[in-house]
Design a protein around this ligand. Structure first.
Ligand code: DC
Length: 212
């Protein structure tokens, strides 16, 4: 079974994806880490994330086994990741890895922006997770503070909106729901309720049941 979970930053998709993968015994790939790792490689080498040739070379040379999730979540990387993610050659270079990951038995949960539209258009279940920008910014601020970073909620909101805009407006695989994706709005849901809502959708699709 392949489950595609897309949505904007801090919508809850990553947490849902991890929990769904654990419960269904599937592999899990946070595809945002791939773009973050490309951004980090470019920045570490002293180049701008907008340098298409460097970003493309970094994507081609990427070894996902060597990721360090903590450094990849730093704000400078977050911003640069959204720049390299808009480069079509970068997306192309990362496509095979993601598709092969999705095909690993017994199946996988992939979360990102273009999983249901580009990476795994034939996924068994597609979720598109959303929440209001204000709620997403509040969640992101809590997450940043838990890592010991300062977080002004208005600035976090402005950053989120800027990234949303870049992710949704780019021509290469923009953030958008696949026509057959199931919308899951987590604005008023805690982690447990969001997880249960996701399971409900997945089970409804698997059993061919209509959702209420
Ligand atoms: O999900 P995230 O915040 O870790 O993603 C980092 C950046 O990578 C974000 O700007 C969107 C981009 N991204 C993408 O374009 N396609 C994906 N499948 C996953 C992430």
């Amino acid at each position: 079974m392949i489950i595609a979970i897309d949505g904007p930053a801090a919508s809850g998709k990553g947490t849902i994806a991890r929990q769904i993968a654990a419960v269904y015994g599937l592999h899990h790939l946070d595809t945002g880490l791939l773009y973050r790792a490309v951004a980090k490689a470019v920045l570490d080498a002293g180049y701008l994330p907008s340098d298409v040739a460097r970003a493309t070379a970094a994507a081609a040379a990427l070894d996902p086994k060597e990721f360090d999730d903590n450094t990849l979540k730093l704000p400078a990387i977050t911003e640069a990741a959204s720049v390299v993610a808009a480069v079509p050659q970068v997306r192309e270079a990362l496509m095979n890895y993601q598709r092969q990951f999705a095909m690993r038995p017994p199946g996988a949960v992939l979360d990102g922006r273009d999983i249901g539209t580009v990476i795994a258009p034939g996924a068994d279940v597609k979720l598109f997770v959303i929440a209001t920008p204000e709620v997403r910014a509040a969640r992101r601020a809590i997450e940043l503070r838990s890592r010991g970073e300062a977080a002004d909620e208005r600035e976090v909101l402005a950053d989120l909106l800027r990234r949303d805009e870049r992710d949704a407006r780019r021509s290469a695989a923009p953030l958008k729901a696949a026509p057959d994706a199931h919308l899951l709005d987590t604005t008023h849901l805690g982690i447990d309720a969001a997880f249960r809502a996701a399971v409900d959708i997945i089970e409804a699709v698997r059993t061919g049941r209509k959702r209420s």
